[in-house]
Design a protein around this ligand. Structure first.
Ligand code: PEP
Ligand code: MN
Length: 337
Protein backbone atom coordinates (compact mmCIF):
# COMPACT_ATOMS: atom_id res chain seq x y z
CA UNK A 1 0.00 0.00 0.00
CA UNK A 2 1.29 3.49 -0.82
CA UNK A 3 0.08 6.56 1.02
CA UNK A 4 0.64 9.79 -0.90
CA UNK A 5 0.85 12.92 1.27
CA UNK A 6 0.06 16.48 0.34
CA UNK A 7 3.08 18.59 -0.55
CA UNK A 8 2.64 20.79 2.50
CA UNK A 9 2.54 17.86 4.96
CA UNK A 10 4.57 18.59 8.07
CA UNK A 11 6.81 16.17 9.96
CA UNK A 12 3.96 15.74 12.45
CA UNK A 13 1.53 14.83 9.64
CA UNK A 14 4.02 12.28 8.29
CA UNK A 15 4.58 10.91 11.79
CA UNK A 16 0.85 10.38 12.24
CA UNK A 17 0.67 8.43 8.98
CA UNK A 18 3.66 6.29 9.94
CA UNK A 19 2.11 5.56 13.33
CA UNK A 20 -1.21 4.52 11.82
CA UNK A 21 0.48 2.43 9.09
CA UNK A 22 2.66 0.68 11.69
CA UNK A 23 -0.47 -0.63 13.41
CA UNK A 24 -0.74 -3.13 10.56
CA UNK A 25 2.35 -4.85 11.98
CA UNK A 26 4.44 -4.11 8.85
CA UNK A 27 7.28 -1.56 8.90
CA UNK A 28 6.38 1.66 7.04
CA UNK A 29 9.06 3.37 4.91
CA UNK A 30 9.03 7.08 4.14
CA UNK A 31 10.25 8.26 0.73
CA UNK A 32 10.71 11.91 -0.22
CA UNK A 33 11.50 13.76 -3.39
CA UNK A 34 11.63 17.54 -3.08
CA UNK A 35 8.44 18.40 -1.24
CA UNK A 36 6.65 15.16 -2.25
CA UNK A 37 6.34 12.41 0.35
CA UNK A 38 4.98 8.89 0.23
CA UNK A 39 4.79 6.29 2.95
CA UNK A 40 4.98 2.70 1.80
CA UNK A 41 3.85 -0.24 3.86
CA UNK A 42 3.67 -3.89 2.82
CA UNK A 43 0.05 -4.64 3.65
CA UNK A 44 -3.31 -4.80 1.94
CA UNK A 45 -6.24 -2.57 2.86
CA UNK A 46 -7.99 -5.08 5.12
CA UNK A 47 -9.20 -4.26 8.61
CA UNK A 48 -10.19 -0.71 7.74
CA UNK A 49 -6.60 0.50 7.67
CA UNK A 50 -6.88 2.33 4.37
CA UNK A 51 -10.01 4.13 5.57
CA UNK A 52 -8.25 5.27 8.74
CA UNK A 53 -5.24 6.43 6.73
CA UNK A 54 -7.40 8.31 4.27
CA UNK A 55 -9.09 10.13 7.15
CA UNK A 56 -5.79 11.57 8.41
CA UNK A 57 -4.99 15.19 7.59
CA UNK A 58 -2.72 15.73 4.57
CA UNK A 59 -3.28 12.24 3.13
CA UNK A 60 -3.94 12.83 -0.56
CA UNK A 61 -4.61 9.26 -1.47
CA UNK A 62 -4.00 5.63 -0.65
CA UNK A 63 -2.93 3.52 -3.58
CA UNK A 64 -3.69 -0.16 -3.38
CA UNK A 65 -2.32 -1.57 -6.56
CA UNK A 66 -4.20 0.52 -9.16
CA UNK A 67 -0.80 1.52 -10.52
CA UNK A 68 2.32 -0.46 -9.69
CA UNK A 69 4.45 2.65 -9.27
CA UNK A 70 4.55 5.94 -7.44
CA UNK A 71 8.20 6.94 -7.02
CA UNK A 72 8.70 6.63 -10.79
CA UNK A 73 5.70 8.82 -11.60
CA UNK A 74 5.56 12.46 -12.60
CA UNK A 75 2.97 12.94 -9.85
CA UNK A 76 5.63 12.12 -7.31
CA UNK A 77 8.38 14.10 -9.02
CA UNK A 78 7.47 16.60 -11.71
CA UNK A 79 10.94 17.63 -12.86
CA UNK A 80 13.14 15.43 -15.05
CA UNK A 81 15.62 13.20 -13.25
CA UNK A 82 19.16 13.32 -14.52
CA UNK A 83 21.22 10.16 -14.27
CA UNK A 84 24.97 10.75 -14.14
CA UNK A 85 27.41 8.09 -15.26
CA UNK A 86 30.56 10.00 -14.35
CA UNK A 87 30.47 13.08 -16.56
CA UNK A 88 27.93 11.51 -18.94
CA UNK A 89 24.48 12.75 -17.99
CA UNK A 90 21.24 11.16 -19.20
CA UNK A 91 18.25 13.47 -19.22
CA UNK A 92 20.23 16.62 -19.97
CA UNK A 93 20.14 18.54 -23.26
CA UNK A 94 22.90 16.44 -24.80
CA UNK A 95 21.73 13.10 -26.21
CA UNK A 96 23.97 10.22 -25.06
CA UNK A 97 25.33 7.84 -27.68
CA UNK A 98 26.19 4.36 -26.38
CA UNK A 99 27.70 1.93 -28.87
CA UNK A 100 29.71 -1.23 -29.09
CA UNK A 101 29.36 -4.90 -29.90
CA UNK A 102 26.54 -7.14 -28.76
CA UNK A 103 29.11 -9.31 -27.01
CA UNK A 104 32.72 -8.78 -26.01
CA UNK A 105 34.60 -11.35 -28.09
CA UNK A 106 38.29 -10.48 -27.82
CA UNK A 107 40.65 -7.66 -26.87
CA UNK A 108 41.32 -6.84 -30.52
CA UNK A 109 37.65 -6.73 -31.44
CA UNK A 110 36.80 -4.49 -28.51
CA UNK A 111 39.71 -2.08 -28.95
CA UNK A 112 38.97 -1.69 -32.65
CA UNK A 113 35.32 -0.95 -32.07
CA UNK A 114 35.96 1.27 -29.04
CA UNK A 115 38.29 3.50 -31.01
CA UNK A 116 35.79 3.83 -33.82
CA UNK A 117 32.66 4.42 -31.73
CA UNK A 118 34.57 7.02 -29.75
CA UNK A 119 35.46 8.80 -32.99
CA UNK A 120 31.81 8.68 -34.03
CA UNK A 121 30.87 10.51 -30.80
CA UNK A 122 29.90 7.69 -28.45
CA UNK A 123 30.55 8.39 -24.79
CA UNK A 124 29.54 5.00 -23.42
CA UNK A 125 30.90 1.63 -24.58
CA UNK A 126 28.39 -1.20 -24.60
CA UNK A 127 29.20 -4.92 -24.75
CA UNK A 128 27.90 -8.04 -23.11
CA UNK A 129 30.10 -10.28 -20.97
CA UNK A 130 27.17 -12.31 -19.65
CA UNK A 131 24.85 -12.95 -22.60
CA UNK A 132 21.21 -14.04 -22.31
CA UNK A 133 21.09 -16.35 -25.34
CA UNK A 134 18.01 -18.18 -26.56
CA UNK A 135 19.99 -21.40 -26.92
CA UNK A 136 22.18 -22.75 -24.11
CA UNK A 137 24.59 -23.96 -26.83
CA UNK A 138 25.15 -20.46 -28.25
CA UNK A 139 28.08 -18.25 -27.17
CA UNK A 140 27.33 -17.20 -23.59
CA UNK A 141 29.89 -14.42 -23.28
CA UNK A 142 33.38 -14.21 -21.79
CA UNK A 143 32.20 -13.65 -18.23
CA UNK A 144 34.66 -11.90 -15.93
CA UNK A 145 37.36 -11.85 -18.62
CA UNK A 146 34.93 -9.86 -20.76
CA UNK A 147 34.28 -7.45 -17.90
CA UNK A 148 38.01 -6.88 -17.48
CA UNK A 149 38.40 -6.16 -21.20
CA UNK A 150 35.51 -3.71 -21.05
CA UNK A 151 36.90 -1.81 -18.07
CA UNK A 152 40.44 -1.67 -19.46
CA UNK A 153 39.38 -0.70 -23.00
CA UNK A 154 36.94 1.95 -21.82
CA UNK A 155 39.60 3.49 -19.57
CA UNK A 156 42.08 3.62 -22.47
CA UNK A 157 39.61 5.40 -24.74
CA UNK A 158 37.93 7.66 -22.16
CA UNK A 159 34.57 5.88 -22.37
CA UNK A 160 32.11 4.66 -19.72
CA UNK A 161 30.95 1.03 -19.62
CA UNK A 162 27.40 -0.33 -19.69
CA UNK A 163 27.04 -4.10 -19.52
CA UNK A 164 24.37 -6.60 -18.62
CA UNK A 165 23.97 -8.30 -15.27
CA UNK A 166 21.77 -11.39 -15.40
CA UNK A 167 21.49 -12.57 -11.81
CA UNK A 168 21.43 -11.07 -8.30
CA UNK A 169 24.59 -12.95 -7.35
CA UNK A 170 26.45 -11.32 -10.28
CA UNK A 171 25.64 -7.75 -9.24
CA UNK A 172 28.69 -7.27 -7.04
CA UNK A 173 31.08 -8.69 -9.68
CA UNK A 174 29.64 -6.75 -12.62
CA UNK A 175 29.47 -3.59 -10.49
CA UNK A 176 33.24 -3.80 -9.91
CA UNK A 177 33.91 -3.28 -13.64
CA UNK A 178 30.86 -1.46 -15.03
CA UNK A 179 29.85 2.17 -14.70
CA UNK A 180 26.23 1.32 -15.48
CA UNK A 181 24.34 -1.95 -14.92
CA UNK A 182 22.15 -3.13 -17.77
CA UNK A 183 19.05 -5.17 -16.99
CA UNK A 184 18.15 -7.01 -20.19
CA UNK A 185 14.70 -7.42 -21.68
CA UNK A 186 14.45 -10.98 -20.47
CA UNK A 187 15.13 -9.86 -16.89
CA UNK A 188 12.80 -6.86 -16.74
CA UNK A 189 10.54 -8.62 -14.23
CA UNK A 190 13.24 -10.55 -12.38
CA UNK A 191 12.25 -8.91 -9.12
CA UNK A 192 15.14 -10.21 -6.97
CA UNK A 193 17.56 -8.85 -9.60
CA UNK A 194 15.78 -5.48 -9.68
CA UNK A 195 15.97 -5.28 -5.90
CA UNK A 196 19.64 -6.24 -5.95
CA UNK A 197 20.60 -3.44 -8.37
CA UNK A 198 18.32 -1.14 -6.37
CA UNK A 199 20.50 -1.75 -3.32
CA UNK A 200 23.58 -0.52 -5.20
CA UNK A 201 24.16 3.13 -6.02
CA UNK A 202 25.16 2.32 -9.61
CA UNK A 203 23.17 3.81 -12.50
CA UNK A 204 20.87 1.22 -14.08
CA UNK A 205 19.87 0.85 -17.74
CA UNK A 206 16.54 -0.95 -17.59
CA UNK A 207 15.37 -2.46 -20.86
CA UNK A 208 11.71 -2.95 -21.63
CA UNK A 209 10.73 -6.58 -22.06
CA UNK A 210 9.54 -7.72 -25.45
CA UNK A 211 6.05 -8.25 -23.98
CA UNK A 212 6.07 -5.66 -21.23
CA UNK A 213 3.25 -3.15 -20.97
CA UNK A 214 4.23 0.42 -20.12
CA UNK A 215 2.79 0.21 -16.59
CA UNK A 216 4.58 -3.09 -16.00
CA UNK A 217 7.80 -1.48 -17.23
CA UNK A 218 7.36 1.39 -14.79
CA UNK A 219 6.52 -1.12 -12.05
CA UNK A 220 9.89 -2.77 -12.76
CA UNK A 221 11.63 0.62 -12.45
CA UNK A 222 9.75 1.14 -9.18
CA UNK A 223 11.43 -1.97 -7.73
CA UNK A 224 14.82 -0.31 -8.23
CA UNK A 225 13.64 3.07 -6.92
CA UNK A 226 11.93 1.47 -3.94
CA UNK A 227 15.30 0.13 -2.78
CA UNK A 228 16.67 3.66 -2.77
CA UNK A 229 18.43 3.80 -6.15
CA UNK A 230 16.85 6.54 -8.25
CA UNK A 231 19.51 6.38 -10.98
CA UNK A 232 17.42 4.51 -13.55
CA UNK A 233 17.36 5.04 -17.32
CA UNK A 234 14.56 3.32 -19.25
CA UNK A 235 15.26 1.76 -22.65
CA UNK A 236 12.68 1.04 -25.36
CA UNK A 237 14.09 -1.87 -27.41
CA UNK A 238 11.15 -3.13 -29.44
CA UNK A 239 8.20 -5.31 -28.57
CA UNK A 240 6.90 -8.50 -30.07
CA UNK A 241 4.00 -8.13 -32.50
CA UNK A 242 2.66 -10.27 -35.35
CA UNK A 243 5.22 -8.84 -37.79
CA UNK A 244 8.12 -11.20 -38.55
CA UNK A 245 9.90 -8.98 -41.10
CA UNK A 246 11.57 -7.08 -38.30
CA UNK A 247 13.04 -8.82 -35.24
CA UNK A 248 10.76 -6.78 -32.95
CA UNK A 249 8.49 -3.81 -33.55
CA UNK A 250 10.03 -0.50 -32.53
CA UNK A 251 7.46 1.18 -30.28
CA UNK A 252 8.53 4.75 -30.92
CA UNK A 253 5.49 6.23 -29.18
CA UNK A 254 6.63 4.58 -25.94
CA UNK A 255 9.32 7.28 -25.75
CA UNK A 256 7.03 10.35 -25.42
CA UNK A 257 4.49 8.29 -23.48
CA UNK A 258 7.07 7.25 -20.88
CA UNK A 259 8.36 10.80 -20.68
CA UNK A 260 4.86 11.97 -19.86
CA UNK A 261 4.34 9.33 -17.15
CA UNK A 262 7.78 9.32 -15.54
CA UNK A 263 10.58 11.71 -14.64
CA UNK A 264 13.23 9.10 -15.52
CA UNK A 265 15.36 9.49 -18.69
CA UNK A 266 14.32 7.37 -21.67
CA UNK A 267 16.65 5.99 -24.33
CA UNK A 268 16.13 3.72 -27.33
CA UNK A 269 17.90 0.67 -28.70
CA UNK A 270 17.27 0.73 -32.47
CA UNK A 271 19.46 -2.35 -33.00
CA UNK A 272 17.37 -4.90 -31.11
CA UNK A 273 14.17 -3.02 -31.97
CA UNK A 274 14.65 -3.68 -35.69
CA UNK A 275 17.15 -6.54 -35.91
CA UNK A 276 18.64 -5.28 -39.16
CA UNK A 277 21.56 -2.90 -39.57
CA UNK A 278 19.96 -1.15 -42.55
CA UNK A 279 16.97 -0.14 -40.41
CA UNK A 280 19.02 1.27 -37.55
CA UNK A 281 19.61 4.76 -39.05
CA UNK A 282 15.90 5.46 -39.56
CA UNK A 283 14.95 4.07 -36.15
CA UNK A 284 17.72 6.12 -34.50
CA UNK A 285 16.48 9.31 -36.13
CA UNK A 286 12.90 8.54 -35.15
CA UNK A 287 13.99 7.99 -31.56
CA UNK A 288 15.74 11.33 -31.33
CA UNK A 289 12.80 13.09 -32.99
CA UNK A 290 10.51 11.46 -30.41
CA UNK A 291 12.56 12.87 -27.54
CA UNK A 292 14.92 10.04 -26.60
CA UNK A 293 17.70 11.02 -24.20
CA UNK A 294 20.10 8.53 -25.73
CA UNK A 295 20.71 5.68 -28.16
CA UNK A 296 22.18 2.23 -27.61
CA UNK A 297 23.58 0.97 -30.93
CA UNK A 298 25.34 -2.29 -31.72
CA UNK A 299 28.47 -2.03 -33.80
CA UNK A 300 30.96 -4.71 -34.81
CA UNK A 301 34.15 -4.40 -36.89
CA UNK A 302 33.07 -7.39 -38.99
CA UNK A 303 29.34 -8.11 -38.50
CA UNK A 304 29.44 -11.32 -40.58
CA UNK A 305 31.90 -12.79 -38.07
CA UNK A 306 30.03 -11.61 -34.96
CA UNK A 307 29.32 -14.28 -32.35
CA UNK A 308 25.90 -12.73 -31.66
CA UNK A 309 23.47 -10.32 -33.33
CA UNK A 310 25.62 -9.80 -36.44
CA UNK A 311 22.66 -8.93 -38.69
CA UNK A 312 21.80 -5.87 -36.66
CA UNK A 313 25.37 -4.66 -36.08
CA UNK A 314 26.48 -1.54 -37.92
CA UNK A 315 30.05 -1.41 -39.08
CA UNK A 316 31.98 1.41 -37.43
CA UNK A 317 32.09 3.11 -40.86
CA UNK A 318 28.31 3.07 -41.08
CA UNK A 319 28.10 4.49 -37.57
CA UNK A 320 30.55 7.23 -38.49
CA UNK A 321 28.28 8.18 -41.40
CA UNK A 322 25.15 8.13 -39.24
CA UNK A 323 26.54 10.26 -36.42
CA UNK A 324 26.52 13.64 -38.24
CA UNK A 325 22.92 13.04 -39.36
CA UNK A 326 21.93 12.28 -35.77
CA UNK A 327 23.69 15.44 -34.65
CA UNK A 328 21.71 17.55 -37.12
CA UNK A 329 18.52 15.87 -36.02
CA UNK A 330 19.30 16.52 -32.35
CA UNK A 331 19.76 20.20 -33.16
CA UNK A 332 16.40 20.27 -34.93
CA UNK A 333 14.74 19.23 -31.65
CA UNK A 334 16.79 21.69 -29.60
CA UNK A 335 19.28 19.13 -28.32
CA UNK A 336 22.91 18.29 -29.00
CA UNK A 337 24.72 15.01 -29.46
C1 PEP B 1 21.71 -6.60 -25.62
O1 PEP B 1 21.67 -5.38 -25.37
O2 PEP B 1 22.69 -7.16 -26.13
C2 PEP B 1 20.51 -7.41 -25.35
C3 PEP B 1 20.60 -8.73 -25.11
O3 PEP B 1 19.38 -6.72 -25.42
P1 PEP B 1 17.88 -7.11 -25.01
O4 PEP B 1 17.94 -7.46 -23.56
O5 PEP B 1 17.13 -5.84 -25.28
O6 PEP B 1 17.46 -8.25 -25.89
MN1 MN C 1 22.55 -7.93 -28.82
Amino acid sequence: MIIVLARDATEADIGAVVQEAARTGAAPAVARSGDATVVRVATDGRGGVSGRLRALPKVRGVVEGDLPYVLASRDFKAEDTQVAVGDVVFGARRVVLMAGPCAVESRDQLRLVARQVKEAGARVLRGGAFKPRTSPYAFQGLGEDGLKLLAETAADFGLKVVTEVMAPEQVELVGRYADMLQIGSRSVQNFPLLRAVGRTRKPVLLKRGMATEIDEFLGAAEYVLAEGNDQVVLCERGIRTFEPRTRFTFDVSAIPLLKRLTHLPVVADPSHATGAAFLVPAASKAAIAAGADGLLIESHPDPREALSDGRQAMTPDELALLAPALRRLAEAVDRTL
